[in-house]
Structures are given as structure tokens and as C-alpha cells.
Design a protein around this ligand. Structure first.
Ligand code: FES
Ligand code: FE2
Length: 404
């Protein structure tokens, strides 16, 4: 349970809010690279943490990210001409470069220096892992770019995509670090019955990037099944899997306070990634706006017959199941009304670290996870069995570099 004040502090990320200022300190995925296929092609509207922005691929291939509304009189730059490394507004022809400088103001007298005084808000970008990332914080605080190990894998071993999730970002992260739902929401009737006798116990370890936790379950032969999930500030998790299986990296980036972008990387460290998983197992059918075909308006096409025979949830597709659980809480859940149980320890830790970090930053204390000494390549999930009484922290050390 959270107080109303903390719930608001956790959920709201517009510019000027404590959480919004915290989030703007981190490199942030804003759209997929393949949404901008062509140099000088059509600009794309993108909303991140309540900010209306326009992304475009410039003549030289770089990606620009500017405020969507023209600084002159607010015509959308999504309609702009994309030419010679900048956007030229179709209303009066003012042109802005990738840094937001006004390069041309054809409606002003030739000897006017007014254009030097007008600037569009602009954010630096990096393309990595199939995503365009932006840094939206104070320029003098820009941190090193977080290179994850899957970014070094061959191109046929991973895939990036995004889905619009129609609820506040924090509900989505809570699902990403909640091991206790797997047997139920994602399970068959049989698996759910087994889960009843074997609920996980949860243990936490704080790290320089946030924390990681282990869900420990009884395994055959008296062993202990371990699933380790990292939470990387401020919105990233990994789904644990065995080597050779498809693994997942998630980031849930606020679109506004009532919706978020789920960016997913599916990767396989050992072999080419099977792209059929995307629509089949994971249930991704999205329209061009990123909205799921199975969504709240059709109750996720839940099948009551399937619920009687095989499926616990009756909903097809793992990601759709997750989003059904999280979207039906409401756009912004009221955490004053909840009742947390023993398996919610990681959820509590995630909220605490975000709320405390936002409050600390407001007092002038720098956030964690931005230290250049952090080796982002070493951050990963883990799934294995260990002997009873073993220490999962020692069996899966923090310092192992997996790829590259
Ligand atoms: S509104 Fe864009 S140039 Fe006038
Ligand atoms: Fe899930």
C-alpha cells in the first residue's frame, strides 16, 4: 500500500514532477529505428513523459528529436518538410536543425537576427539495439550510454519492437518484477495447480544499477530452482530464461501518465531468434499505432471455453495476458486500496527505490545507475538450479561479462 501522495509521486512523470526529473536523467528509448526508415522521410510524432515530440531521420542519417510544435506559432512539425538536415515548417517556412537552432526564417527581413533568438527544444539521440534513445535531461548531466550485452549479438539473434500499453508505466514494471504470477496468468490449469503447492520465496540484493531479486522454488531432487530478475533504474527488467532459450529485455517508458510504451527485446544468446514467437507465443498483433488487436475494448478476446479445459486466464499470448492484468487496474491504479502479500517484496522495493531516488534528486542528490563505472554489459537475468542451502548471489555473480 502507498499513501496517496507517494502514489502520485511514483506515477507522474511530466516535466517538472520529481519522478519526471529523475527519469530524464537516464537514456530513454523513444521509438524504433525502423519507424524512420528513410533519410529525409516522413517525420513521426512521439509522446514521451507527456512531451509531444517529433522524430525524423535527417539527410545524413542521424535521428533528430524536436518539440512537435513549431516555435513560431505551433503548427505541427510532423507536417514539416524534412530537408537538408532539418525540419522546415510548412506554415511559414522556418527551418530548425537537429540541435533546435533556427537556420532559416524566410518571413523576416534579410538583416534580422531574430532567428538566433528562437530555438526549438531538441534532445540528443543514439541508435542502439533497434531503438532510438534520447537523453531528455539537463545537458551538463548527460550520462554514458548503457550498452547491454544483447546489443553485441548478431542481428538474427534478436528483435526489437514496441507496444502501446494503456496504463501508467509503474503498473507495467510491477508485472515485470513479479515472479509469483507466472504459474497463474501465464499458466495452464495444470501449472497453476502445481504452483499452489510451491509458491516462490523472494530475496533481494541491492546493486549499483538498482537491485536484483531471486525467486526461489522447490525443484525436483531436493534442489532449489532460482530465477533472478534485475531491476535496472529506472524502468528496465529482464525475464529469466535458460541458455539457448529466448530471453527478454523490457523497458516501460511513460507516454503520459495514463499510458506507456513497452519496448521489448527478444534475444537468443545461442542461435537465431525465432520470429514466429512474436505473434504466436507472445500474442503481438498490433496496428500501426502500436495498439494491440486483443485489448480492453474486446476484453482481450478472453475464451471462457479455454478456461474450462486448458488455460488459466483464457487469454492468448503472454504479453497480452500481462497487459490485460495491468490495464484492467485502470489507467493509474489507486495503491491506497491494495493488499500486498509476501511475494510482493520486489514490487515494494521497486516503488521504494524510485520514490526515494526522486525525493533525493529533488534535494540535490545524484541518482544511482549513472556512474560510468557500471558495466551494463554484465547486467542480466539468470535461471538455474542449485543445491539446498546454496547462495544464489555467489552462483550468479554480478561481475560476469556475458557477451563481448
Ligand atoms: S508556425 Fe511554423 S513557421 Fe510559422
Ligand atoms: Fe508476466
Amino acid at each position: 500500500m502507498l499513501s496517496h501522495e507517494d502514489n502520485e509521486l511514483l506515477a507522474r512523470t511530466n516535466k517538472g514532477t520529481p519522478m519526471g526529473e529523475l527519469f530524464r536523467r537516464y537514456w530513454t528509448p523513444v521509438l524504433l529505428c525502423n519507424e524512420l526508415p528513410d533519410r529525409d522521410g516522413a517525420p513521426v510524432a512521439v509522446q514521451i513523459m507527456g512531451e509531444e515530440l517529433v522524430a525524423f531521420r535527417a539527410s545524413d542519417g542521424r535521428v533528430g528529436l524536436l518539440q512537435e510544435k513549431c516555435p513560431h506559432r505551433a503548427t505541427s512539425l510532423v507536417l514539416a518538410r524534412n530537408e537538408e538536415n532539418g525540419l522546415r515548417c510548412i506554415y511559414h517556412g522556418w527551418k530548425f536543425d537537429l540541435a533546435g537552432r533556427c537556420e532559416d526564417m524566410p518571413t523576416e527581413p534579410a538583416d534580422s537576427n531574430f532567428r538566433e533568438k528562437v530555438r526549438a527544444r531538441a534532445y540528443p539521440t543514439v541508435e542502439a539495439g533497434g531503438m532510438v534513445w534520447a537523453y531528455m535531461g539537463p545537458p551538463d548531466k548527460q550520462p554514458p550510454f548503457p550498452n547491454y550485452h544483447w546489443m553485441d549479438l548478431p542481428a538474427d539473434q534478436w528483435e526489437a519492437w514496441k507496444i502501446l500499453q494503456e496504463n501508467n508505466y509503474a503498473q507495467a514494471i510491477e508485472g515485470g518484477i513479479d515472479s509469483a504470477h507466472i504459474e497463474y496468468l501465464h499458466g495452464t490449469l495444470e501449472r497453476a495447480a502445481q504452483g499452489r503447492n510451491n509458491p516462490p520465496s523472494v530475496e533481494l540484493q541491492t546493486t549499483k544499477y538498482g537491485f536484483r531479486y531471486a525467486a526461489l522454488r522447490k525443484a525436483p531432487g531436493g534442489k532449489v530452482g532460482v530465477r533472478i530478475t534485475p531491476f535496472v533504474m529506472p524502468w528496465t527488467t529482464f525475464v529469466p530464461g535458460n541458455y539457448g532459450q529466448t530471453k527478454i529485455w523490457h523497458a516501460w517508458v511513460p507516454k503520459d501518465d495514463g499510458a506507456c510504451w513497452e519496448f521489448d527485446i527478444h534475444y537468443n544468446e545461442a542461435k537465431p531468434y525465432d520470429k514466429k514467437l512474436r505473434s504466436y507465443q507472445w500474442g503481438f498483433d498490433v496496428d500501426p499505432t502500436g495498439r494491440k488487436t486483443r485489448n480492453l475494448s474486446n476484453l482481450y478476446q478472453q475464451d471462457r471455453e479455454l478456461m474450462k479445459t486448458t488455460s488459466f486466464s483464457g487469454i492468448e499470448g503472454v504479453r497480452v495476458q500481462d497487459q490485460a492484468a495491468q490495464e484492467t487496474m485502470g489507467r493509474l491504479v489507486d495503491r491506497t486500496q491494495e493488499h500486498l502479500g509476501t511475494t510482493d517484496m520486489a514490487v515494494i522495493a521497486m516503488r521504494r527505490i524510485l520514490i526515494n531516488s526522486a525525493k533525493a534528486l529533488a534535494r540535490g542528490q545524484e541518482p544511482i545507475g549513472l556512474d560510468p563505472s557500471i558495466n551494463y554489459r554484465a547486467i542480466t537475468e539468470a535461471a538455474f538450479e542449485m543445491a539446498p542451502g546454496g547462495d544464489w548471489r555467489a552462483e550468479a555473480p554480478l561481475t560476469v561479462t556475458l557477451v563481448g
